[in-house]
Design a protein around this ligand. Sequence first.
Ligand code: GLA
Length: 391
Amino acid sequence: MSESIKQRLLDEFANVFGDAEGVEVYFAPGRVNLIGEHTDYNGGHVFPCALTIGTYGAARKRNDKKLRFYSVNFEAFGVVESTVENLVYDKDASWTNYPKGVMWAFEQKGMKVECGMDLVIYGNIPNSSGLSSSASVEVLTGTILRDFYGFEVSNQDIALISQFAENQFNGVNCGIMDQFAIAMGKKDCAIFLDTATLEYEYVPLKLDNAKIVIACTNKKRGLGDSKYNERRSECEEALAELQKELEVKTLGDLSEEQFEDNKALIQSKVRQRRVKHAVYENVRTVKAVEALQNQDISLFGELMNASHKSLAEDYEVTGVELDTAVEAAWQQKGVIGARMTGAGFGGCSVSIVQEDCIDEFVKNVGEIYLEKIGYAADFYVVGVGDGPMKL
Ligand code: GLA
């Protein structure tokens, strides 16, 4: 599979930039989060995994300072040019702000990107689906830069530099989950990450005869990004209220009991519900990983379902599209658990479904979704793969 994509990308490169001599091809995965949503910027736990779908990049270093970018997914956009001497955010430059942001971030960390490059990318992650296509492009760029310049950075460093780029260059105040899951991915394992300490553990995804099925709602992004930042500030405000009486560094430090005993310190009911989600979701994530390690898949599924309810009712980041996809999934035969995944407000749901029930699942959930929402969802049965690599 990746061999033929590699060849296709080299052909594209030759088409766009004349020849493909000396071009190297790289891959960085997308990610799906199984449980632990909106906990990463609250110092809690997350449990994502890297996917076998992702972003491929064919790259060649240049002798001058020029940057030339081309995406097979955005053909109409053509070749976008820039230079390493002018690494500034440009809203008209679309996806190229991600690689430029990472180059800028390396420079901020003292690693100078001396020369330009020609880069052709192709992604088989659905765009704007919440499977982290942007973090995938960032980690891909970091991997290319490390290879081109011999920068001494680990995959974890690449994750942190990519997050820094996303926060400071692209202005999205995300946590560390996406870039970490992508840079640190491991085949057939999910990553149990404590975002407060960055301690992590690979947990084999033994799902018996079940698979991960993703439903992309195809809801166009609306207020998503601003609502994301709004949730973050609600949590920050509530933390400050709690810190007047409690010695906690993050919401992730709170147990369920501590939250219940002290929630009156939070002056608004809305913020209380936000914190309730952050605290209970963190505890659920720890329990879910334990369940998986004890091979109690059905408990794992129940915790996924509870996560969705909390994201819908207390954190309010789902919306009719995600709720329809997830509630339809819950009704199907062979479904172990289902929930929204990623930031929410559209994007994807993730379900764990017994292999022999997947066809019927896709058909039934697809019909219910189309009937209620008026346009179709897309389904992907995904594999869990490794982090970034040179092909
Ligand atoms: C987005 C962000 C992540 C995380 C999730 C919600 O994917 O990029 O850092 O906050 O939303 O869990």
